[in-house]
Design a protein around this ligand. Structure first.
Ligand SMILES: Nc1ncnc2c1ncn2[C@@H]1O[C@H](COP(=O)(O)OP(=O)(O)OP(=O)(O)O)[C@@H](O)[C@H]1O
Ligand SMILES: [Mg+2]
Length: 253
């Protein structure tokens, strides 16, 4: 990614409260360059998932502006729903089909893709996320890790411009983490823009173009992995002792 890429997503002064007293997100501003990999981290309850829901348009923020490709979409939830693919933290909430195959086809049918294209994309993601053996299985009977891979598959087939994943590694074993992470990096190479929410920064930090650190609803730090690494521990984010940025990846080099 070139550092001079225009912003795909630009957020200014976003505030979200659930009552007069309870402010969850406070004055959030950041930009996500086209084609970049952004790592959003922060301790439990810092507001990461709520922020993603605000960006996607599933929560109604009280203040703030959201631009997509330079266009103000603050009031255009539909555009945000179409452009942004969000893999939820809770994979169960995302499953809609009677079988794995139907679940993955669901979004593509809504998009009106022809059957041949659907099948081609279906085969591709089943292979990519190692779900071919579960194709006819009911989603509710999948294991935790399989459910998560299905949630990722369902969003990937939609080919969203902005792909956001909320704690995608939860429940995944080593091989699945490696497979999901390398898939994300390949998608980035193909031009997708990715926001990854994870406090497991030891798996991904070295791949990020920018890191945002959220604490108690504020962005308390942002910058390159090298810039934020020294202060992550102060914000409740675990790092292996003495690790350098280059070590913080689960992919073999
Ligand atoms: N509808 C709601 N009503 C009351 N509190 C809420 C609501 N939604 C979120 N919160 C609170 O907002 C805060 C931020 O929640 P959020 O789910 O965004 O945290 P998070 O950073 O994603 O945490 P985790 O790492 O555990 O996933 C939490 O304290 C949560 O309890
Ligand atoms: Mg969360």
């Amino acid at each position: 990614m070139s550092p001079n890429q225009p912003a795909l997503l630009s957020i200014t002064a976003l505030n979200f409260s659930i009552s007069k007293e309870k402010h969850i997100l406070k004055d959030i501003s950041f930009s996500v360059p086209q084609g970049s990999f952004t790592l959003l981290c922060g301790p439990n309850g810092s507001g990461k998932s709520v922020l993603l829901r605000c960006i996607k348009g599933l929560e109604q923020m009280q203040e703030g502006t959201i631009l997509l490709e330079g266009k103000d979409v603050t009031k255009d939830r539909k555009k945000r729903m179409q452009t942004i693919g969000l893999v939820f933290q809770d994979a169960d909430t995302q499953m809609v089909g009677q079988t794995v195959e139907k679940d993955i086809r669901f979004g593509m049918e809504n998009l009106g893709l022809d059957l041949e294209t659907q099948t081609q994309k279906l085969e591709q993601v089943l292979g990519l996320l190692d779900l071919s053996g579960q194709r006819s299985q009911r989603p509710r009977t999948l294991s935790g890790g399989e459910k998560r891979r299905l949630a990722i598959a369902g969003v990937l087939v939609m080919d969203p411009k902005l792909l956001i994943l909320d704690e995608p590694f939860a429940n995944l074993d080593y091989r699945s983490v490696v497979s999901v992470l390398s898939t994300l990096l390949r998608l980035q190479q193909e031009g997708h823009t990715i926001i990854l929410v994870s406090h497991e920064v030891d798996k991904t930090l070295s791949h990020a173009d920018q890191v945002l650190v959220l604490e108690s609803g504020h962005i308390v730090a942002s910058g390159t992995p090298h810039e934020v690494l020294p202060i992550l521990g102060q914000h409740g984010i675990y790092l292996p002792e003495g690790a350098a940025v280059e070590d913080l990846s689960w992919l073999k080099r």
